[in-house]
Write a protein that binds this ligand. Sequence first.
Ligand code: ADP
Ligand code: MG
Length: 377
Amino acid sequence: MRVDFNVDLNEEGNVIDSFRIQKKLPTIKFLKEKGAEKIILISHLGQPEKEDFWTEKFTLRPIADYLEKILKEKIYFCSLKDFKEIKNMIDKSEKSAIWLLENIRYHEGEEKNDKNFASQLSRLGDLYINEAFSVSHREVASICAITEFLPSYPGFLFGEEIEHLDNIITNPESPVVIILGGAKVEDKLLLIEAFSSKADWILIGGVMANTILKAWNFEIGDSLYEEKMIEKAKILGSQKAELMLPGDFFVLTQNQQKKSRELGQVKKGDNILDIGPVAAYTFGKIIQKAATIFWNGPMGKIEDKRFEDGTKAIIEAILENKTTKIVIGGGDTLMAFKILKPEYKIQNTEYRFFSTGGGAMLKYLTGKSLPGLKALS
Ligand code: ADP
Ligand code: MG
């Protein structure tokens, strides 16, 4: 089973945020209950370079320890490289043992979607399950090529992710509100295009907003923006959806003071780090009217307490909508809930779905097919 245990670890190697791991447990438990002879978990961690391969730098060992704690089951960790040896070791273990293999990106064949490598990997098992929706936009061996060698199925969470995203793409109940912020401008500009005829409002904050304002010749001072997306942002239009950009901001001035600024009054040297109170209020009002909401990307630099209010306002507005279908995704967006609303326990309900996919989620929403999904079908 391919999973995505690529989670943040602190300096002591402890798991900081376990949402991604927690969400995989139902499928692991299901396999166990159904009497799987062995369960072999495959994951990557980080982006190791060649010199990091088979070192401790990107090892999944701490994840095995963590999994053991939350599953209350022995987790066998296999740091071997050679598949014959791995198979030997697994074969010898007790019935229904759960194994976690070392970082799959330590094998060169993984990134190359190499068939020979996938074939070796496939010989470890009888069935393949993709429970790594968040990696399924990548054409890699443990997601794509492996499906050519084994009967292959999606995991439960994979299915849920697709179902909830499909709800937004096809016939979402209107009004539809798309909220986009954060820093990965390239992916998100594509989302604006994709939803310009489907959504009623597209609310924009973060580096996204900076980039569009810069393209439209507004002064943004020293604010962060995505240079290579300027040309694209210049011709950004909308068919139906109203594009809402913030009309006020909080900035950090040249002499490191937090100041509020209206659009048009941003000065050279200012750094826009949050949407202002009027924008937060306006966005909140629109969110209240929504029947369908998708949110990805914080409104400001949430790592700095002084600039968390805009994002906090969005969280509050969203949580007030108890009967609105809401999908929320993105690593930093989920982190925002944890930091800014610690008393709220992130969990999926009938109305709220927290996606574990970042890039995969955005790609799927823009209407592109995911290699991992294609490989399964
Ligand atoms: P997600 O992980 O939810 O998809 P992104 O990775 O795209 O979100 O963006 C999150 C990052 O964007 C955060 O680190 C945040 O500090 C940063 N960010 C948001 N707004 C600003 C801003 N105005 N200036 C600088 N950084 C910003
Ligand atoms: Mg992020």
